[in-house]
Design a protein around this ligand. Structure first.
Ligand code: DGL
Length: 265
């Protein structure tokens, strides 16, 4: 059990920001990451399609007999978490609760930046109001930021201009902002430059602490003291993927392995 992998799933390679946080907190854990690069973005798709994609990813990842699953994608967490949990006998964690819990410690009003589908789901305001019924929220879809992050334009004047335009829509009363999309943490230096007065919350670190607590309570932490193995599965390859994966991961990425998710069911 303790050497069983943690499986992590995202619509693309943005979820490698979550892998980076998990590897920092849990360096000895074996991790299998799946990026559905053939079907990214999820944020522009319908609820039914996102749920189906999430279930297909879960079905594939179950074959690795994981001890825990992380749905690193906010959009897939919004629509696929509950159905996935019904299908799995191990803990399945999304990114939304961790981000919401961390943000409400800093206090509101809280803004949430995410994909159109995540914003439409109302999942963040719902979870935040369960944590604190009087909290005020404001959700903003920032769809262009996914493409800019995947293009690798993390410190580019055009990206900064687009971020500035989105951020100008955040009401002046807002104190805390949740980065409700796996791709946005790479743009954090730009966000902070534009609005240094706001608290910017990335769910990667709080989620990793939660994973550590759960595994430790279940006595399921890997006892090995060697750096855990990392496998990267993707549903489509392109000439830039390997390089971009290393950039998102913050370390040289292992060779990506191509798999076909549509044959899962
Ligand atoms: N991974 C998605 C998320 O965190 C963003 C990219 C997409 O639209 O698929 O919401």
């Amino acid at each position: 059990m303790s050497t069983a992998p943690i499986v992590i799933f995202d619509s693309g390679i943005g979820g490698l920001t979550v892998v980076q946080a998990v590897r920092e907190a849990l360096p000895f854990e074996n991790i299998i990451y799946l990026g559905d690069t053939a079907r990214v973005p999820y944020g522009t798709k319908s609820a039914a399609t996102i749920e189906r994609y999430a279930l297909q990813a879960g079905e594939l990842l179950k074959k690795f007999h994981p001890k825990l699953m992380i749905v690193a994608c906010n959009t897939a967490s919004a629509y696929g978490l509950d159905p996935l949990r019904l299908q799995c006998s191990f803990p399945v964690l999304g990114v939304i609760e961790s981000g919401a819990k961390a943000a409400q410690i800093y206090g509101g009003p809280i803004a949430i930046l995410g994909t159109r589908a995540t914003v439409a789901s109302q999942v963040y305001p719902t979870v935040l109001s369960q944590l604190n019924p009087s909290i005020e929220t404001f959700a903003l879809a920032c769809p262009l930021l996914v493409s800019l992050a995947e293009e690798g334009w993390w410190e580019d004047p055009i990206t900064e201009e687009i971020c500035r335009r989105y951020i100008s829509e955040i009401p002046s009363s807002i104190k805390t902002v949740i980065l409700g999309c796996t791709h946005y943490p790479v743009l954090l230096p730009i966000f902070k430059r534009i609005r240094p007065d706001l608290v910017w919350v990335d769910s990667g670190a709080p989620l990793s602490r939660e994973v550590k607590n759960i595994l430790s309570q279940q006595a399921a932490l890997n006892n090995s003291r060697e750096t855990g193995a990392l496998r990267l599965l993707v549903t489509d390859q392109n000439s830039r993927l390997q390089e971009l994966a290393s950039k998102f991961l913050g370390e040289p990425a292992p060779s990506v392995e191509l798999i076909n998710l549509e044959k899962v069911f």
